[in-house]
Write a protein of this length. Sequence first.
Length: 569
Amino acid sequence: MTAYRFPTRKKLGEMLVNRGTITPEQMNEFLRIQKETKMPLGQILVDSGVITRQELTGFLGEQLGIPHVWLRKGLVDPRIVSIVPKEKALKYQIIPMFRVRNVLTVAAGDPNSVFVFDEIAKMTGLKVQPVLCRSDDILESIRECYKEDVAMDEVMASADETGLEVVRSSPERAISEIAEMAEGSPVVNLTNLILMKAIRDGASDIHLEPQGDQFMVRVRIDGLLYELMSPKVEMHPPIVSRLKVMANLDISERRMPQDGRIQVLLEGSLIDLRFSTMPTIHGEKVVLRILDQRKAILDINKVGFETEMLARFKLLLKRPHGLVLVCGPTGSGKTTTLYSAISLLNTREKNIVTIEDPVEYQLKGINQNQVKEAIGLTFALFLKHTLRQDPDIILVGEIRDRETAEIAIQASLTGHLVLSTLHTNDSVSAITRLLEMGVEPYLISSALLASLSQRLVRRICPECETGYFPSQAVLKELGIDENKQVRLSRGKGCGNCYDSGYKGRTAVYELLELDEGLQALIMSNPTTEGLRRYARERGYTTLKKDGYRKILEGVTTIDEVTSACASGV
């Protein structure tokens, strides 16, 4: 096999100057530093903040004429990795990605290792096409592909050997056959693999979706769905049945929705999975909500509050009685904020009682209770009985009706600090929502301490973060002088973030505290616009303003803030 030869090398400095990344004068200065220190030019540029390490990797690939790719999940064929022994893959930091006819594409961390490509070519008898990737991504792929993805391939091979077929006989026979398949080793292994990969990737939900001739497994990460894998469609019924068995549900019931709970032990940690099925025209769709307490942020200092707003919120939590509402749509992080608040308040001197639907995370030292509406154990009924348990602080998962609202307010007026949530777009709307429920204005005015509204925005991925100069329109939107040069951040997309440019989420907040003027205004049964006008006149920080602050700090992007706060004020 012909040895691999690199094309003529381009000069890194010239590439950067031609792209306008640096000026010729700056390049001369960096070359002077290189001459004095004997350090590689690329390292000097990274240390100086001119380019990131990820950008340097891309430039090296272009310099040597080697394509640069982000080694994201799904890009490596698990059936081809074994063509190179794991020991050699680790030693040389390379991994075979896929084969097309007689060409083997190999990801490498060091593009200068010509002898490695020659050795692989001799070993496999194939022509080697190198691509350049980050070494960290390659090591991570080696860890996954030489274990999990190979296991996945073996699982599917085992499934083929069992001769599984789509069951189309009578319901009784179908149920018994699927139940038998569900206990088979390939199905158990594949089910475990799906759960393991989703949990390790930091997913919040797993979707198992039958699509006629296709079975798709997707995971929700940082609010967006990504395809995890697409097993054979014949695997769908036994996998669903396997999950039902794990959740102690009836596998023969496939016409009605079912809900259950699964607990799994992964790497020494107990993880809760909320199981839900929904019958569709192609079969049952399953959604699993992952409640991984290891990833829960229960520290009030780390959920995203700006320093001054955090201090104000902590002062509110120190009040002996009153009502604090956290507002926002489903999935905006309200429960996390409430959990972090009661974690701050949790001491031996306080009796904290929660009423939730469902209890998402179990907290030590706190009396948590689960609403069971099927037997009449509603928020309102639970709250009535909670008041007889001598509580200091009460967390009500959600105020859904007038009865719950009035009991919560009465509790806050009789010496209890009550924390709860409302589904409203912004902080001022919480007041009008309570009025619409029929709660008397004087009760709201007397009991409500503050209304906190929030949204979740995705954080810029630290692995592929890069800087850019925004347009004048963006500067104007952010309230910055258009003549100023401001450098903002964004993610380019990499294997660490599913090519999205984002990794993890944080919250943006607006906090409306009641003062004497607002209390008087509430007594007049005001409109939402009237309340907003009052808040604006007093310099009320809106969700967007807090989001713009995070943009300037390099935490998130204007696209994220604009999208997340579209329904806010």
